[in-house]
Design a binder for this molecule. Structure first.
Ligand SMILES: [Zn+2]
Length: 105
């Protein structure tokens, strides 16, 4: 027996239960409308994430090349960290957006 999350109230319930013991919503019978709303919500959340990652990436580049000279010491590490995390974060978010559009949540 495993514990799953209720599709309505997000409380932990048994995967064997046909309906949630807390809110009574039946599990595994999600309407298409609910799924669509969930997908849209997820898409907008991912858009926000990709925006944050992109901002971090640009900030990293700016820190690095501030004043037209190559960064040194602490600034090099801060800029480099922003650059790398922003870039990786952006890539991951883009992949998740594509997967979300295909409906593989
Ligand atoms: Zn519930």
């Amino acid at each position: 027996m495993a514990l799953i999350e209720c599709s309505a109230c997000k409380k932990r319930i048994s995967s064997l239960a046909k309906s949630c013991q807390f809110c009574g919503v039946s599990q595994g019978e999600e309407s298409e409308g609910t799924q669509k709303i969930r997908q849209i919500n997820r898409a907008s959340q991912l858009q926000t994430h990709s925006f944050i990652a992109l901002t971090l990436f640009i900030a990293g580049v700016m820190i690095w090349f501030w004043g037209g000279e190559a960064a040194e010491g602490t600034r090099l590490y801060i800029g480099g960290a922003c650059f790398v995390f922003g870039f990786i974060g952006y890539l991951i978010t883009r992949i998740r957006i594509i997967l979300n559009r295909r409906g593989k949540v």
